[in-house]
Design a binder for this molecule. Structure first.
Ligand SMILES: C[S@@+](CC[C@H](N)C(=O)[O-])C[C@H]1O[C@@H](n2cnc3c(N)ncnc32)[C@H](O)[C@@H]1O
Length: 320
């Protein structure tokens, strides 16, 4: 049984993520691992907790429009599309040459023409790939054409995804109050506090009144610090309150930081399932695969108030 903290009067909350959830509900974590495996995506060392917290907080997503902030090629957008959501997938990275394995399973479009190359353009790219010999080049083209044919025939997930390459500080192609929820998995921490404070109002601008912003970031119980290997900031409770402009009555479990951090460090599920890519480099959140967490994942939930201060968010403790 997983208990989501009830939050302040408007349902907003700061919640350090509890490694115990993985033991309480192993099937939830395995479902995300299976999807990541099918799509060839490497998960971050704490992403199972992030994904469980976000998806449980969201509830049913069928027909909702959800903006995934700093989506990369991450699992969450595909998970949402499989459940019928319309996903605006935002990242500063160029994903226009999205591999066929995603196009085969999902209805993906570009927000603008430049955000996603057509399959024909992918095939043309292969043709221009001068570094390959003629035989290999022809093989690549045949594979791409085969993929294109398969893409037409393969049944797709119910939802849709629009790729949008831009900075989170400026979502100019997304109308104000047009999305039902904003989600973000371990992306906002790659921005210093002053930039995070600019991103949050932009995410709230596009959110409909009554909608939720659900973001996971890295937390520290001391002052903000920069974790060089993962190029990410670890945020204090004070900074999160300031950057997300949270009212004083918004609840936080930072008081239990030491206890939750000890549980995270002792988590066999996380330690034993450290993805293979961590062992190949020191340039990541768990250098060289040595189990030694330096920070905690934290979820920030913000409910955007409707006119008159109404949220429609549950005020009582929600038990899932
Ligand atoms: C650690 S990756 C996480 C990707 C994805 N959410 C997942 O679950 O795998 C962080 C992503 O956030 C993106 N990102 C961070 N800050 C951003 C910003 N200010 N504007 C756009 N994208 C940003 C990065 O480009 C990167 O793809």
């Amino acid at each position: 049984m997983m208990v989501i903290a009830p939050g302040g009067t408007d349902g907003s909350a700061i919640e350090l993520l509890d490694a115990r959830w993985l033991e309480e509900d192993p099937a939830a974590g395995r479902a995300f691992e299976a999807l990541a495996g099918r799509l060839g995506i490497g998960l971050g060392w704490h992403y199972l907790l992030d994904l469980i917290w976000i998806t449980r907080s969201l509830g049913p997503v069928h027909r909702l429009t959800i903006l995934d902030a700093g989506a990369g090629l991450g699992v969450l957008q595909w998970w949402l599309a499989e459940r019928g959501a319309r996903v605006i997938s935002v990242d500063r990275q160029d994903r226009s040459d999205l591999p066929m394995r995603f196009r085969l399973r999902y209805r993906v479009r570009g927000m603008r023409a430049t955000d996603l190359k057509s399959v024909a353009a992918l095939v043309a790219d292969r043709w221009r790939d001068a570094s390959r010999g003629p035989g290999k080049r022809m093989g690549g083209i045949v594979r791409s054409l085969g993929g294109a044919g398969l893409a037409l025939l393969t049944p797709k997930a119910k939802g849709r995804i629009w790729l949008y390459q831009c900075e989170l500080t400026d979502l100019r192609d997304v109308e104000s109050e047009s999305v039902d929820a904003v989600v973000s998995v371990s992306a906002l921490e790659h921005n210093p506090p002053d930039v995070l404070a600019q991103i949050v109002p932009e995410l709230l601008r596009v959110l409909k009144p009554g909608g939720m912003l659900l973001a996971t970031l890295a937390a520290t119980d001391g002052a903000d610090w920069y974790h060089e290997p993962s190029r990410g900031w670890c945020y204090s409770e004070e900074s999160l309150r300031r950057c997300f402009d949270l009212a004083p009555d918004v609840t936080s479990n930072y008081g239990a930081y030491a206890e939750l951090f000890a549980r995270l460090r002792a988590s066999e599920v996380l330690r034993e399932n450290l993805p293979a890519h961590y062992f190949q480099s020191g340039d990541n959140g768990m250098p060289w695969g040595i189990w030694d967490p330096k920070y905690m994942p934290v979820g920030v939930r913000v409910t955007k108030l409707a006119a008159g201060g109404d949220t429609g968010a549950p005020q009582e403790e929600e038990v899932l």
